[in-house]
Design a protein around this ligand. Sequence first.
Ligand code: G1P
Length: 301
Amino acid sequence: MTHAKIKKVVFPVGGLGTRFLPATKSMPKEMLPVVNKPLIHYAFEEARAAGAQEFIFVTGRNKHAIEDHFDHVYELQSHLSTKNKRLELEMTSDWLPPPGNISFIRQQEPLGLGHAVWCARHAVGNEPFAVILADDMVLSKTPCLKQMVEAYDEVGGNVLGVMDIPREKTGSYGIVDIDADAKPRNRRLIKAKGLVEKPSPEKAPSTLSIIGRYILQPEVFHILDRQKPGAGGEIQLTDAITKMIGEKPVHGYRFEGVRYDCGGLVGFVAANVAYALEREDIHDRMVSELREVFKRGRVKE
Ligand code: G1P
């Protein structure tokens, strides 16, 4: 069976980024750099590598820098081209999607992830689509969403990126209630019989957590039309997906790769180190700098 292609990706970028204050006082958290690229740029590249052509950003106030990032910057470009700085020009604008393939929607109030995704309903229309949360980064050989699209091509329905976490952390994530009787063909797939948003370790049905990668059927919008606030008083995407179970299959996909939760300081700094070490041009210098840092210990202790 063939399944409708995933052409559109939604990026909810309305969050306030309070964990990163004061850096995020006047700058969106999605513009924080990991090495030399903003978080949102990695998310965009991942969407593109998975075959997406339309990029829908659900923004909030104070997010202009994201729009500017996805536009030309004429003064800089003309300066770079006068100086014949080909590489810098490439990094500035060669990757921009064609006009009309990128859109920005305002989520006027931060009512939760489910609400942010619902704000994109008219832009997405009646077709399956993907959601990427830029603060979840996955360092992998094959980009995470591409892996998921391949799995989706086999099973259709809804596919969520999942990974095992220590039980004490279940309260920070959506957790999968695994259908142990189902035997999906792909060894990385598991079938969900339920999902719970941020359960306490005692109540969590498993330790399999959802990361910020989703392939969803458009029916989720009808459910979100009527979705009441859930955990944390927010309209939860997890709750709406749960309601689709039985109508449309929901699979978790254990992606290949390492996830960095850049929603918090430690994950973000760790991602910077890991992504820097991946780079051929700075790998060796990074290793010796890091050795020095560890050898030195804490300076202000
Ligand atoms: C959101 C989702 C949660 C998911 C997480 C992944 O939570 O609601 O189900 O596990 O992203 O990062 P948030 O991080 O916005 O609190």
